[in-house]
Design a protein around this ligand. Structure first.
Ligand SMILES: [Zn+2]
Length: 255
């Protein structure tokens, strides 16, 4: 399994693009502005999108992606998986016929270019020999993390979350956990804002990391632009014994 990081920033500017991870060549986890870097041929290969939640930095590219598939009249629709609340938000506020066409009804309701599938915490969805397992996490809106399991190893992504009791038991149950991509949006000095916004800081993340019983590669994501170095230094200082790196656009993760 190969994960290509198209975007992993908490905002845009200075070369930063927002969250989008391409799993092999056909599945996206989140569809932030990072998908704008894809070649047309890459876009045509994508048939599944797993959304972590409804925030714009994770869905901003989805309308354009659907538009491509419509214009090119591809035979297989794009399937979007997410919590019920997330799908409702996408339908009501993006593909509502005002902001963007309702591609779940075009070119016809019987044969649309976009379809929605509810994915609730605890669900496993198998896409081409990879099992996507949905994990409840704790953000300011209903949100999911995912593990992606294939023979040979498991990849996990937290989605946006603050300290929680639900992610870590799932990760500990994955004996072959190879790579963990985890959010840490704000530096410790902004803990109050992080708590309100539902994000980790270096302190809260490294406290929770003590529960992790495996030793995967840990990649930090979702940092606010301009704060990356400060956040990374604070995480390393608080967890010097862990295998922690900073994710960047273009990183390729192999599992
Ligand atoms: Zn968010």
């Amino acid at each position: 399994m190969r994960i290509r990081v198209l975007g992993c920033s908490g905002g845009i500017g200075a070369g930063s693009l927002t969250t989008a991870l391409l799993v092999d060549d056909d599945v996206l986890i989140d569809a932030g502005t990072g998908i704008g870097d894809l070649e047309l041929s890459d876009i045509h290969s994508i048939r599944h999108v797993f959304l972590t939640h409804s925030h714009l930095d994770h869905i901003a590219g989805l309308p354009m992606l659907a538009d491509h598939i419509f214009e090119d009249n591809l035979a297989t629709p794009l399937t979007v998986y997410a919590r019920e609340e997330t799908l409702r938000a996408v339908q009501d506020h993006l593909f509502n016929g005002v902001i963007w066409p309702d591609f779940a009804k075009l070119p016809s309701p019987e044969k649309p270019m976009l379809r929605y599938r509810v994915c609730s915490p605890g669900d496993t969805i198998t896409v081409g020999h990879r099992d996507f397992y949905a994990i409840d996490v704790m953000h300011s809106v209903p949100s999911l993390g995912y593990t992606v399991q294939k023979s040979g190893g498991t990849f996990a992504v937290s989605g946006d979350t603050k300290s929680n009791e639900t992610l870590w038991p799932v990760l500990n149950a994955c004996d072959d956990l190879k790579v963990l991509v985890i959010e840490v949006s704000f530096p410790d000095e902004m803990q109050e804002l992080a708590a309100i916004a539902g994000h980790y800081t270096p302190q809260t993340l490294t406290d929770d990391l003590k529960q992790l019983q495996h030793d995967p590669e840990i990649w930090l994501t979702g940092m606010k632009p301009g704060e990356e170095s400060r956040i990374f230094d604070q995480v390393l200082a608080a967890a010097p014994d862990k295998n922690i790196q900073m994710l960047s656009r273009g990183t390729i993760l192999q599992v």
